[in-house]
Design a protein around this ligand. Structure first.
Ligand code: HEC
Length: 138
């Protein structure tokens, strides 16, 4: 009896945290979707395929030693990445790291920093939404 109560007591917060994470991510994606629509009236929905292409492409305009997102985040988003200085980066795939894209401030900070490093400009809302959609599918 006591152990069953304990089990329930432990289970409720665990479900709560997972639900909160996915609610956070959904909120971020719908804010990006609203922005993408505002930027382009023809925008309909994010594409994992386009996000994958963007993620792997060697872009021009940024720093020459970091041409693409996979330079640091690696080609398999389910594995650990590495900064130029060799510092480990946790996996980007949501399946491997359920906390990804759940904190709006963190998402904004790192898209800002990394898009400028790789492309020499901000990413558009559509590019950001496509990338998140791709990494949610991984
Ligand atoms: C120079 C190495 C480097 C490159 C290149 C890079 N990133 Fe990152 N990225 C990082 C580091 C370091 C973090 C922060 C550590 C962490 O979140 O695990 C991070 C975190 C992020 C996050 C935050 C994710 C979250 O948990 O909310 C996003 C979004 C992101 N990167 C997107 C991109 C995109 C898009 C590109 C390509 C345009 C890119 N990164 C290229 C190093 C890099």
């Amino acid at each position: 009896m006591t152990s069953r109560l304990l089990f329930v007591a432990l289970l409720i917060p665990a479900i709560g945290v997972a639900a909160l994470a996915s609610a956070g991510r959904d909120g971020i994606v719908s804010a990006l979707s609203a922005q993408a629509k505002q930027d382009n009236s023809k925008f309909t929905s994010f594409s994992a395929e386009a996000g994958k292409k963007f993620w792997f492409t060697a872009h021009v305009g940024g720093k020459s030693d970091t041409p693409s997102c996979v330079t640091c985040h690696t080609k398999d988003a389910r594995t650990m990445g590495q900064t130029r200085a060799g510092k480990a980066i946790d996996p980007m795939a949501v399946s491997a790291n359920p906390n990804r894209f759940t904190d709006p401030e963190k998402v904004a900070k790192w898209f800002g920093r990394n898009c400028n490093t790789v492309l020499g400009r901000e990413c558009t809302a559509e590019e950001k939404g496509n990338v998140i959609t791709y990494l949610m599918s991984q």
